[in-house]
Ligand binder design. Structure first.
Ligand code: VG1
Ligand code: CO
Length: 543
């Protein structure tokens, strides 16, 4: 066993996007591609003697190969310890949990999240810092600059270790411990939620369906919901992580989680439905014949947070990404706590959580979380809902309808135009930006534009500035249209159009969403010329 120094040359385009570096599996399979990125991470961190690294992924195709490579490189870099999930499996929230609990310097998450997997699918890698959260932009930019100059990497020539067997192995001077993927995480959940009340709920005949989508959260949901909480076997479906997610998009939204949607639409549907994504950080919440938008889910949980033991003391603040609906802001106002609006991507919540300025955070893209870790957390959100359902004795639909009655309803939808030609998408955004100055005060349909801008965020904790985070057109009555390009796709560009309309009057709280938003949909087309630029008359995915 010895450490080798291998010569290499830079690969273009290793800049992390919204959440790490995501590319086709075939790109990651090129010799040196993964190694260059990992060495760039280590070079950016500097000396790691005496430090601990956490490594795990969502089990997708190429996960095990990448884990073995990273273990050999971590040993060559001189880490004292590496903690790796059994079978190479750790959900994104579990990595965050383990980093914090074990005092690690950081962690490497292998996942392309909700992107499809398999040999023709996507792979991804992300570095998380010592607070358990995604590296902030300053760090990801430094890593990227390093990838542009890299000339060599160091790697041990040790044999593969057995990832299936719990316990400690040595690679060079580094102790590599294979840990139970679920244990630390399950322990944390029991500190936050009233497991006795949820157990009693299931014992009383409450029925639920959790769709693991053959992705990473299956083992967590099985151990916690069926194991610790006593839900009947079969409550968790598609529970075994597969390298290609069974050929599906592990993306928990009403379009991709069609099997669960059908189960919840049946006359004998369970009381509660939920799903999570590839790496276990997203959640979708469903009632019987009823789906909850992620923006509403954040607002409802915030309004009732004190039912859960972990949040008994109340919330310090609520943070949401800019395109997320403003429903949570109304709750913050009622609670007399601050509301924060950040750019898209969980990394922007880290400072607010560390500084104790926010307790709950959410994104419209089926992401919800809190200060218990520094990632969004799918199973956590499901347990929070279970705790609320147990404490209130109400149905999902009842809780959401009552919320709308009290706060008004923020109708909300996102229209995605996927795999659009990159140049055309950039031109669309550029032409929108040129128009911004002229939009203020204009009449658009029945709306008047209050202001239009390209969202810019100054972090209230460290003063760092993020520019060009999405074009927003905000109407005088608070309705909004937001345009931005995805930073997670691997094919062409994806245009996201976010639509929001506020409705105070309960008489109008039960319209079909697309109908309620129709005037805004027309305005979005009129202002941005989506069909002209993209050649698409309709979005690829509407959520
Ligand atoms: C998308 C979502 C964003 C989320 C990100 C990572 O980014 O819009 O809200 O934080 O995915 O989530 P983008 O740049 O494609 O819009 V995950 O579960 O894919 O790590
Ligand atoms: Co994810």
């Amino acid at each position: 066993m010895s450490i080798q120094t291998v010569s290499t040359t830079p690969f273009p385009g290793q800049r992390p996007g919204t959440s790490g570096l995501r590319k086709k599996v075939s790109v990651f399979q090129q010799p040196h591609y993964l190694e260059n990125f990992v060495q760039s991470v280590f070079d950016t961190l500097g000396d790691c003697a005496g430090k601990t690294l956490v490594v795990g992924g969502d089990g997708r195709y190429h996960n095990r190969v990448a884990v073995q490579t990273i273990l050999r490189m971590a040993a060559a870099h001189g880490y004292a310890r590496v903690l790796v999930g059994q079978g190479g499996i750790l959900s994104t929230p579990a990595v965050s949990c383990v980093i914090r609990k074990r005092g690690a310097l950081g962690g490497i998450v292998l996942s392309a999240s909700h992107n499809p997997g398999g040999p023709d699918g996507d792979f991804g890698i992300k570095y998380n810092i010592d607070n358990g959260g995604p590296a902030p932009e300053g760090v990801t930019e430094a890593i990227y600059r390093r990838t542009e100059a890299i000339a060599q990497y160091r790697i041990s020539d040790a044999a593969d270790i057995d990832l299936n067997r719990l316990g400690v192995t040595r690679i060079e001077a580094t102790e590599v411990e294979v840990i139970d993927s679920v244990a630390d995480y399950a322990e944390l959940m029991q500190q936050l939620f009233d497991f006795d009340a949820i157990r009693a709920l299931f014992a009383g005949g409450f029925r639920m369906c959790f769709d693991g989508m053959h992705a990473v959260s299956g083992p967590y949901a099985k151990a916690i919901i069926e194991g610790l909480l006593g839900a009947p076997a079969g409550t968790v479906i598609n529970a075994v992580p597969l390298e290609d997610f069974g050929g599906h998009h592990p993306d928990p939204n009403p379009v991709n989680a069609a099997e669960l949607i059908a189960i919840m639409a049946a006359d004998d549907a369970p009381d509660f439905g939920a799903a999570s994504d590839g790496d276990g950080d997203r959640n979708m919440i469903l009632g019987r014949k009823f789906d909850v938008t992620p923006s509403d889910s954040l607002a409802v949980l915030a309004a009732h947070a004190t039912v859960a033991p972990g949040y008994r003391a109340g919330l310090k603040g609520i943070a949401r990404s800019m395109p997320t609906s403003q429903a949570a802001d109304r709750v913050a106002q009622a609670l007399g706590i601050p509301a924060f609006e950040t750019p898209t991507g969980w990394k922007f919540f880290g400072n607010l959580l560390d500084a104790g300025k926010a307790t709950l955070c959410g994104e419209e893209s089926y992401g919800t979380g809190s200060d218990h870790i520094r990632e969004k957390d799918g199973v956590w959100a499901v347990l929070f809902w279970l705790n609320l359902l147990a404490a209130s004795g109400k149905s999902v639909e009842q809780l959401v309808s009552e919320h709308w009655q009290r706060f008004g309803r923020n109708y909300y939808s996102r229209h995605d135009y996927e795999a659009v030609e990159t140049h055309a998408a950039n031109e669309l955004m550029a032409s929108l930006r040129i128009k911004l100055a002229t939009l203020k005060g204009q009449d658009l349909g029945h709306y008047v534009v209050d202001f239009a801008d390209d969202f810019e965020y100054t972090d209230p904790v460290d003063g760092s500035v993020a520019k060009q985070q999405g074009v927003r057109i905000v109407m005088t009555n608070g309705s909004r249209i937001v345009f931005r390009l995805s930073g997670t796709g691997t094919e062409g560009a994806t245009l996201r159009v976010y639509l929001e309309r506020y409705e105070a009057d309960p008489e109008f709280h039960h319209l079909p969403t697309q109908q309620a938003l129709y005037p805004l949909i027309l305005i979005a087309e009129q202002v941005a010329g989506i069909a002209d630029w993209t050649g698409r008359a309709h979005p690829t995915v509407t959520t």
